[in-house]
Design a protein around this ligand. Structure first.
Ligand code: ZN
Length: 437
């Protein structure tokens, strides 16, 4: 009794180029590639001509809000939003309540994640309570399969604490990820600092607050030989610093978030809290620099910083509303659009799948614990974590129709071009044409 899934006549996107062909999937794995022959009774066959077929997207930066803020998102609902967006794996950030800073809480999220529609990895906190003072039990957490550590929501403010964490982490084969903002400069600010913030009468978070921490951690990485990943970089200078560090061969990687390469500070002119985020939306020239870096390989990953917030909180006055916005369901369209007139499919999958999978160590058989492999080459024998992306598909974002529990998207009513039309996790079709299966 056969029940294969056959994806027919797609454009298969590898890390070196594209080829036309089919994929045959059985028992959670890719079992045929190229010309996979005719279908038999019971097979599900899909004509995907004109679509890109590649490894499922991987999000390095998802705030799932469970435990503690389940009214905004749960592990299950966030995973559904991810599946609709074309993701087969997401990394849950640790700024839950309580924080993911100990073996019990991390194990809870991993166990819940195992029941979700996509693979859920965890980024654990670097310091207890994300308070920036005492290191968590990093080696115990690494033994659970945690490969990324971060105090995201905040950066680790003390250089000494960060140095100690890096020295401890380096031999463990894990990566420290940093939310780069020096709070002595950024605290109290609600938007980018500049002429516009003065005009609007809002306190600013200066670009240099981010850039100083990027500089600091590049130097600490040089000193300790610990890999450091820079989360949601937002300024031209931050990206230039990372480019220079990479040219020196230092162990640095970086991601950018869709709002930072699609929106600029002028969106704040109407004090709409949907556009409030940390780091803040920057200038138009920063946006241009980020978009240009996406095409060159300096940017390792696009990551959503998917940050659900309940409506009653986003409806607070601008100064009091929480920072952050949704991202999982729109990021692929926004990334495709940002890659220009003739987007390179290889680059697209590098940013959304292969780059982030490498950083999260979801490609490495030895590293991943309890999760399947992501970001591969669609080779026969691979776990069938696959997305089909249709560049011809257009749609308009409707916040009421999102799978997330929260509705705080800055893209409501915006036309999008290109969409994930099929998501397969371990060979199971979990989302198709905007519907969960
Ligand atoms: Zn952050």
């Amino acid at each position: 009794m056969s029940n294969d899934i056959i994806l027919r006549n797609g454009t298969l996107v590898g890390s070196e180029g594209t080829t036309k062909g089919d994929l045959r999937i059985r028992g959670g794995r890719i079992v045929g590639r190229g010309d996979v022959g005719a279908s038999s009774d019971g097979d599900q066959e899909f004509d995907v001509s004109g679509c890109l077929v590649g490894p499922g997207f991987v999000d390095l930066h998802t705030h799932l809000r469970e435990p503690g803020r389940e009214e905004a998102e749960t592990i299950a609902s966030g995973a559904m939003a991810a599946a609709l967006g074309g993701f087969t794996a997401i990394v849950a950030m640790p700024n839950t309540e309580p924080a993911l800073d100990n073996v019990i809480t991390v194990s809870y999220v991993l166990a819940k994640g195992a029941e979700a529609v996509v693979d859920v990895a965890v980024a654990a906190a670097i310091t207890v309570g994300r308070a920036g003072e005492h290191l968590t039990a990093i080696s115990d957490l690494a033994a659970l399969g945690v490969r990324l550590f971060t105090d995201d929501g905040n950066g680790v403010q003390s250089a000494a604490v960060m140095r100690r964490a890096m020295s401890y982490a380096a031999p463990l084969g894990i990566t420290l990820a940093q939310h780069c903002e020096d709070e002595s400069l950024a605290a109290g600010g609600v938007m980018n600092e500049g002429a516009l913030s003065s005009q609007l009468g809002l306190a600013g978070r200066p670009a240099v607050a981010e850039e100083l921490m990027v500089m600091r951690d590049i130097e600490l990485s040089r000193l300790t030989k610990c890999p450091v990943h820079f989360l949601h970089l937002s300024t031209a200078r931050s990206v230039a610093l990372v480019a220079a560090a990479k040219a020196e061969g230092l162990l640095v990687t970086c991601e950018i978030a869709p709002h930072h390469f699609t929106l600029d500070e002028s969106s704040l002119a109407h004090y709409d809290t949907q556009f409030k985020v940390h780091p803040p939306l920057r200038t138009a020239s920063d946006v241009a620099a980020l978009r240009s870096a996406m095409t060159t390989g300096i940017i390792d990953a696009v990551a959503t910083d998917h940050a659900p917030h309940a409506s009653e909180l986003k409806d607070l006055p601008f100064d009091q509303a929480p920072a952050g916005m949704l991202g999982l369901e729109q990021v692929a369209s926004l990334t495709w659009e940002a890659l220009g007139e003739n987007p390179d499919p290889v680059r697209f999958f590098a940013l959304l799948s292969r780059g982030p999978a490498r950083i999260a160590q979801l490609r490495d058989e030895d590293s991943r614990v309890g999760l399947s492999a992501h970001g591969g080459e669609l080779t026969v024998g691979d776990d069938a974590n696959i997305v089909v992306f249709d560049p011809r598909m257009s749609y308009v974002v409707d916040r009421a129709a999102l799978a997330s529990r929260a509705h705080n998207t800055p893209y409501h009513g915006r036309a999008m071009h290109g969409r994930a039309v099929m998501t397969l996790v371990r060979g199971t079709l979990v989302a198709r044409n905007g519907e969960l299966q």
